[in-house]
Design a protein around this ligand. Structure first.
Ligand SMILES: [Zn+2]
Length: 231
C-alpha cells in the first residue's frame, strides 16, 4: 500500500543526509540540549516559516504558533510555552510575529459564521473594537485589514507583558524583552513594529504584580488541627 506520507519521509532522509555532510556533529550536538535565545509566537499560516525567514538554525528558536498569533491569559498551551521558555530555557527575547493579509484576522472582520473558530477570533474582534475610530477611517479594505494585523500584534505583545510569567521575570530583574514585528508574504521582509518592552514599568499600573506578603493566603494550620481533634 502506498504511504501518502512517503514524500515527507524521503525529504526527511535527504535533509538529514545533507546536514550531516555539511556539519557531521550537528545532530549529536543538538540532541544534548537546546538553548534558544528567542521565543517566537507566530501565526500557524504555512507560508510564515519561523526559523527560515530569520535565518536561524534548529535549536535557536523556541516556537509557538496558533491562528493569528493570539496570546490570551486563559490559554494554558501558550502560557505553558511562555513559562517554559522564560523560566527553564531562559530565553532573552519573546517575539510576536504577525503577517499582513492574515486569514484569521480577515475572518474576524467578515461577520460570517465560521464555526468554533469564531470564539477564538473574538480576541481579534476585541482588538478591532478597541481601535474602531482608527480602523473605520481607513476606506481601503486591504489597508484596513493590514492595519488590524499590525494592531493585533501590538495587542498580543501587551498581553504577553501582562502574564504572571513575564511580570515575575521582570520583578526578579531577569533580562527579558518582548517585541512585535510583522511579515510581508509578497516580499519575505519582516517589519519591526517598534514595540519593545523590557521592564515592569513599561506596563500599565493595573497589570503590575507586586510580590504577595509571605503566608498571606496560608490557612492557619494550628487552628484547623485543633478544630479537627476537637471533633
Ligand atoms: Zn495568519
Amino acid at each position: 500500500m502506498n504511504n501518502p506520507l512517503q514524500k515527507i519521509y524521503e525529504n526527511n532522509i535527504a535533509w538529514a543526509e545533507k546536514i550531516k555532510t555539511q556539519r557531521p556533529d550537528f545532530f549529536s550536538d543538538l540532541s544534548k540540549q537546546q538553548s534558544p535565545e528567542y521565543l517566537w509566537i507566530g501565526c500557524s499560516d504555512s507560508r510564515v516559516v519561523a526559523e527560515q525567514l530569520v535565518g536561524l538554525q534548529p535549536g535557536e528558536l523556541f516556537v509557538h504558533r496558533n491562528i493569528a498569533n493570539v496570546v490570551v491569559p486563559t490559554d494554558l498551551n501558550c502560557l505553558s510555552v511562555i513559562q517554559f521558555a522564560v523560566e527553564v530555557l531562559k530565553v532573552k527575547h519573546i517575539i510576536v510575529c504577525g503577517h499582513y493579509g492574515c486569514g484569521g484576522v480577515k475572518a474576524s472582520m467578515e461577520g460570517i459564521e465560521h464555526g468554533l473558530i469564531d470564539n477564538w477570533l473574538c480576541h481579534i474582534k476585541s482588538v478591532h473594537q478597541k481601535n474602531e475610530d482608527e480602523l473605520l477611517c481607513i476606506a481601503d479594505k486591504t489597508e484596513r485589514l493590514d492595519r488590524l494585523c499590525e494592531l493585533n500584534v501590538i495587542e498580543q505583545v501587551r498581553n504577553i507583558c501582562h502574564t504572571t510569567v513575564v511580570q515575575r521575570a521582570w520583578r526578579n530583574n531577569k533580562e527579558l524583552s518582548v517585541h512585535g514585528c510583522i511579515y510581508t508574504l509578497e516580499t519575505g521582509i519582516l517589519k519591526d513594529l517598534n514595540m519593545r518592552f523590557s521592564e515592569i514599568d513599561h506596563t500599565n499600573d493595573i497589570y503590575q504584580l507586586k510580590q504577595a506578603k509571605k503566608n498571606i493566603y496560608q490557612p492557619n494550620l494550628k487552628v484547623m488541627k485543633s478544630d479537627y481533634e476537637g471533633r
